[in-house]
Write a protein that binds this ligand. Structure first.
Ligand SMILES: Nc1ncnc2c1ncn2[C@@H]1O[C@H](COP(=O)(O)OP(=O)(O)OP(=O)(O)O)[C@@H](O)[C@H]1O
Length: 588
């Protein structure tokens, strides 16, 4: 599974793709956005159903109704010409709707395909279309719209279509950037290799990425379209025979002294509609930025308390851990009743096949489960502290100082935009408070300590300029830079080739011996456990099935599953002398 960035144990949260979480679900969780959505749906439904709902025709003049206030049969009174205001308001929404839809369709149809092609193919496609988008941006919009009206007359559809063209560069840039971000992702390469056509890859793999941001952009653009359209109608530049909100507002201002109440129906309708579009857009944007998402996995009230005060004084104590994810109307439990302890300086292997729940268990200790996960019951005590009761800030502080983490994919955990030196020194300065020069000196020392041959050169390199093995050494240097009491290593050698794997394991072994830190080594490989660990916890389908001293489990595995894992070790792997825990070392 994807691992968060771990430099010096300062681990970043994994972003959750809002498009995948479902736009509707995001809106339903935000009461203000939900209310706005209801308003927008009402405006649309009422406008479409105007001929059925309106008591009078939009242009029907009722004798004696001119400038009258609300009265029986005319809930909003009559306008300057004696027409029923409520009926006109209902009909007026139709023109606004049509104008807004035309604007959005044109902006999306012009901007999105061009942006996707420019982002996907790059080269001249990108140059030509970016050049075109820049020209459109440079045109003064209102002047162009007035010129179009002067040329063809006040026709809503062509004018709003032109406004759509003016908005299209926003959609173009959005689509282009989103596609550029994914076009080199491994899954897009995999789709290419599997023989899918470009059109199919774009439609299937790339459009999914653009969809969420496009919906957000569309809601803001719709607000702009309503305002521009209403503004033009207010100035008398809209179609004369068809009722519109802007025209009603203009009529209200003409009669402002005789009938001031006429301002309210169109004014409030325009304000509520535009505000609702903005609120929906804001809710969607916030969800993309992660502001509305719950910070981390919730700990739901335990169904049955796990042993509340473990007597175990080990450095790390996990008891009765149960982790679940929402599945349909229920919960899918992926880790159940998992418990183990790690003494100070002890190296424990957490072993099991893929999907057995090792990473979920490790992430629950780190406090880095995804937001949708819930810890349904259990205890995690570290150094006597109840981690599940600790605040996110406390947990973040612990990760940067006492608990460190090494991920399985070193390359994807280094930021390609910064040098290795910048990524190593930043946490040293922010977390340990070192000066710039002291942080640099310490980072160089750490690089040397993890066996990098030319520390100064690596310090100045960008991630793409170093090998996978070097990247893992860099991450290990970052992890141990805070002198952690516990190092959690999640399959630290999986992404590396066999010789490098052995070197990294030797490095971990050496660092553990020198520093006496406890290590939780997550792996599916019993050979790695044999090489490094004193104790092993075997997991299968989210549960612990066997636990014990590595030597004892190797000599006499109780469970058939453990025997199967052991039989997968290549012939010739031998148990090395176990690392001696610091707590049990003699201090002679
Ligand atoms: N975000 C998620 N939503 C739902 N289920 C999830 C999520 N993340 C993990 N799981 C499920 O949790 C179970 C345990 O996953 P976990 O990543 O801990 O396995 P693992 O033993 O570490 O395997 P691997 O070595 O392949 O990473 C799996 O069945 C997985 O499908």
């Amino acid at each position: 599974m994807t691992s968060p960035s771990p430099i010096a144990g300062v681990v970043a949260a994994t972003a959750t793709d809002p498009a995948r979480r479902g736009v509707l679900r995001v809106l339903l969780r935000n009461p203000l956005a939900l209310a706005s959505l209801v308003v927008l749906v009402l405006v649309v439904v009422v406008s479409i159903a105007a001929p059925l709902l309106a008591p009078f025709g939009p242009n029907e003049v009722v004798p004696g109704l001119a400038r009258q206030g609300p009265e029986a049969g005319h809930l909003l009174g009559g306008d300057g010409a004696g027409r029923d205001v409520l009926s006109r308001l209902l009909f007026a929404g139709r023109l606004t709707l049509i104008g807004t839809v035309v604007t959005l369709v044109v902006a999306v149809v012009v901007g999105v395909p061009a942006g996707m092609l420019a982002g996907y193919y790059g080269s001249w496609w990108d140059s030509v279309s970016s050049w075109g988008a820049n020209i459109v941006i440079a045109i003064p919009g209102m002047v162009l719209l007035l010129a179009v009206i002067a040329a063809i007359g006040p026709q809503t559809i062509p004018v709003m279509a032109m406004f759509g063209i003016l908005l299209s560069p926003g959609f173009f840039r959005l689509a282009r950037t989103a596609v550029q971000n994914v076009r080199n992702e491994l899954y897009v390469d995999a789709a290419r290799v599997s023989g899918l056509s470009d059109a199919r890859i774009i439609a299937r793999h790339v459009f999914g990425v653009v969809r969420g941001p496009l919906i957000i952009q569309a809601s803001f653009s719709a607000g702009a379209a309503v305002l521009v359209q209403t503004g033009l109608q207010f100035l008398g530049l809209g179609e004369q025979g068809t009722p519109s909100w802007g025209q009603m507002l203009s009529d209200a201002f003409t009669n402002i002294y005789a009938a001031p109440h006429l301002v309210f129906p169109p004014g409030i309708t325009i304000a509520i509609t535009v505000a609702s579009l903005a609120l929906v857009g804001n809710a969607l944007r916030d969800s993309v930025n992660g502001r509305s998402a719950p910070s981390r996995a919730r700990r739901v009230p335990p169904e049955a308390p796990a042993d509340p005060t473990p007597d175990d004084t080990s450095l790390l104590v996990v008891r009765g851990m149960q982790i679940g994810y929402p599945a349909g109307n229920g919960v899918s439990v992926v880790v159940d009743d998992v418990g183990f302890s790690i003494a100070a300086g002890e190296v424990v292997g957490l072993v099991g096949e893929s999907g057995s729940g090792k990473s979920q268990t490790a992430f629950s200790i780190l406090g880095l489960l995804p937001p949708e996960a819930s810890i349904r019951r259990g205890i995690v005590h570290f150094d006597g502290r109840d981690l599940l009761a600790a605040s996110p800030t406390e947990r973040a502080r612990l990760r940067g100082s006492r608990i460190a983490y090494i991920p399985q994919e070193p390359m994807s955990n280094l930021d390609p935009s910064f040098t290795i030196g910048a990524q190593l020194t930043e946490p040293l300065r922010a977390v340990r408070g070192l000066s710039r020069s002291a942080a640099r000196a310490r980072a160089l020392e750490l690089l040397e300590e993890v066996g990098i041959a030319d520390p100064a050169r690596t310090f100045a390199s960008y991630p793409h300029q170093i090998s996978g093995g070097m990247a893992q050494r860099v991450l290990i240097a970052g992890a141990v830079s805070c002198d952690p009491a516990l190092l959690i290593a999640d399959e630290p050698t999986t992404a590396l080739d066999v010789t490098v794997q052995a070197e990294i394991l030797d490095l971990l072994r050496r660092l553990q011996e020198e520093r006496g830190m406890a290590v939780l080594l997550v792996t599916h490989n019993f050979g790695v456990v044999a090489d490094l660990c004193q104790r092993v916890v075997v997991m299968r389908t989210g549960r612990v099935v066997e636990e014990g001293d590595v030597t004892a489990v190797f000599a006499d595995p109780r469970e058939d599953y453990t025997k199967q894992l052991l039989s997968a070790i290549p012939n010739g792997t031998r148990l090395r002398a176990p690392v001696v825990p610091v707590s049990r070392r003699k201090t002679s």
